[in-house]
Design a protein around this ligand. Sequence first.
Ligand SMILES: Cc1ncc(COP(=O)(O)O)c(C=O)c1O
Length: 354
Amino acid sequence: MYPTIVINTKKMAENATTFLKMCSENGISTCFLVVKVLAGYVPAVSRLAKLGFTHLADSRIENLIRYKSIPIPKVLVRLPMGYDATRVVKYADISLNSELATIKALNDAAIVQNKIHGIILMFDLGDLREGIYYHDDFLPIVGEILNLSNISLVGIGTNLTCYGGVIPDEQNLSVLGEIKNRIEKRYQIKIDIVSGGNSSTVYLFNQNRIPQYVNNLRVGEAVFFGRETAYGKPILGMHNDVFTLRAVIIEIQKKPSYPIGNIGFDAFGMTPDITDEGMMLRAILSVGRQDVETVDLTPYDPRIKIVGASSDHLIVNLGKTKHKIGDILKFHVNYPGLLRLMTSPYVKKICRWE
Ligand SMILES: Cc1ncc(COP(=O)(O)O)c(C=O)c1O
């Protein structure tokens, strides 16, 4: 069945192993592998779980439910909804939190299930997505959390370079150190995990710039795409071609590049912005914007250019390449592209050790 996403599990495993080695060389003793981009695809995730990561993490509880028989601790990285407390406690060992009301709901669910649920208390150091704003007085909230019978405060953390594009550095990460010290001093406890971000923190590796108390990262893109996300640079020794989209040509016709007639809207209600490049050999492939956006794809063959797409049709300029109906074209995908493709039920997923 096509379109297909082929996952090169050999390259994926090599990336994971290389990354874990880099973590241990940089004082990161626990790494949560964030597998949300695999959208609940068990064959790939079960392989990854055997490679040495301490925890599997996902943003969706539905995915963690799919992974319930994979024997590794699980982390929910999106703040839970109170409504979901029962499922969160049942399927996640740890969740990231910033709201006392939700943490109390988790405690109630944990009491019913006779479990201790771990939480990492998130602090917003300026990126302005989740977390307690670091200027606020957080100590009373910590006091309340510590009074909850079935909640264990296993750590503190931050998330950067997601909404505001803020890059982690010694300065903003040092705030986590201050927060840790204040909590430990005030309540005479030990904060075990200090989670210093995601793939955007990876650029600090091998520069002696990650503060010593940062001992955890939650990482997806760096492992799957071999790139850090602060500046988008490739990570030396890692593969950036783990995932390939294969799609089938269903039409090849020589046609003008510029539409003929009065121009209104395209299939998505936008005014088309098309350059006249004269006649071209155009192919249509059976994949579309319901599955992936064109900006997230790059043809393997540099002579082939993507022209556009509607919901079910991807149009390419074949240039001087020779193809026939039924041929399969290959595309590199980026992280957002993979996320959409893996989520689409119309795209087949395959693991290949190659
Ligand atoms: C809270 C949190 N931590 C970590 C990650 C992993 O991010 P990345 O894939 O950039 O490493 C994500 C994103 O999925 C996230 O939402």
